[in-house]
Design a protein around this ligand. Structure first.
Ligand code: HEM
Length: 230
């Protein structure tokens, strides 16, 4: 899913990997079509609305969507949370004193893993006085919306006490994240375990590596020296 720094296209090995994953899911779908098991793929094969069923191609599409939407985002959230708390020692002390849920919510607002969403307008619209004709491609910048000073006071401040209700980290409307609750639960478990085992930490700022992606933001590597709890 990542590009090389400054590159606009995925590297060939990434395209090959996506091809291999599609091949794997296609074979697995054919296998489950012959013999069901107690798993998601079998559930998707049996899912029906009236006479309408998902075709094998649609099922492979759903699996590709889930692997991209469900794994990458939570993984990046963990790094972004780790980095945000390190940058803000006062707030870090509070996260370690039991504010893990607020740590997650404020990270999702302040440094969301999904920074941009694409849409195509189906009719003319005029948000904030700007005319956008029907059939236009629009890029919605979640990261920017989450720092909108008309919505969040002092938006660049990382603040565990703030109301993160209007955050768009999980999107909005009919395409709102299918499993925001699972993402939150995974982050709660992972960060909660870390807080239970670690008293404090220091990130090696020079060795940090970011991922390069068209719409995701986060870290490929966040080397950390920890002080363990006794
Ligand atoms: C912290 C973790 C996560 C973040 C930040 C996140 C973010 C988002 C965002 C911003 C969207 C809206 C996309 C759009 O409007 O175009 C979305 C949609 C979606 N998410 Fe998540 N997500 C997370 C975790 C998950 C998990 C754990 C799953 C499933 C296992 C998941 C599955 C999906 C799916 C299937 C959609 C598409 C929904 C649709 O188009 O109707 N996400 N997510």
């Amino acid at each position: 899913m990542y590009r090389d720094e400054e590159a606009t296209d995925l590297p060939p090995e990434a395209l090959q990997a996506i091809g291999a994953l599609v091949g794997y899911y296609t074979e697995l779908t054919a296998e489950r079509a012959r013999e069901r098991r107690d798993d998601l793929l079998s559930g998707l094969l049996d899912a029906a609305e009236g006479d309408d069923r998902l075709t094998p191609e649609e099922i492979v599409g759903v699996l590709i969507l889930l692997v991209g939407a469900g794994i990458e985002t939570t993984m990046l959230l963990l790094g972004n949370a780790w980095h945000a708390a390190w940058k803000h020692p006062d707030e870090r002390a509070r996260t370690f004193a039991g504010r893990v849920e607020d740590w997650i919510e404020e990270t999702l607002r302040w440094d969301p893993p999904t920074q941009a969403l694409a849409r195509t307008t189906t009719e003319d619209v005029e948000p904030h006085g700007v005319k956008i004709p029907a059939d236009s491609r629009v890029l919605l910048l979640v990261g920017s919306a989450n720092r909108d000073p008309q919505v969040f006071s002092d938006p660049d401040r990382f603040d565990l006490d703030r109301d993160t209700g209007p955050s768009l980290a999980f999107g909005s409307g009919r395409h709102h994240c299918l499993d925001a609750n699972l993402g939150r639960l995974e982050a709660r478990i992972a960060l909660g375990e870390l807080v239970g085992a670690i008293a404090d930490y220091e990130i090696d700022a020079v060795a940090v590596k970011r991922v390069h992606s068209s719409n995701d933001r986060g870290f490929a590597s966040l080397p950390t020296r920890i002080t363990a709890r006794r």
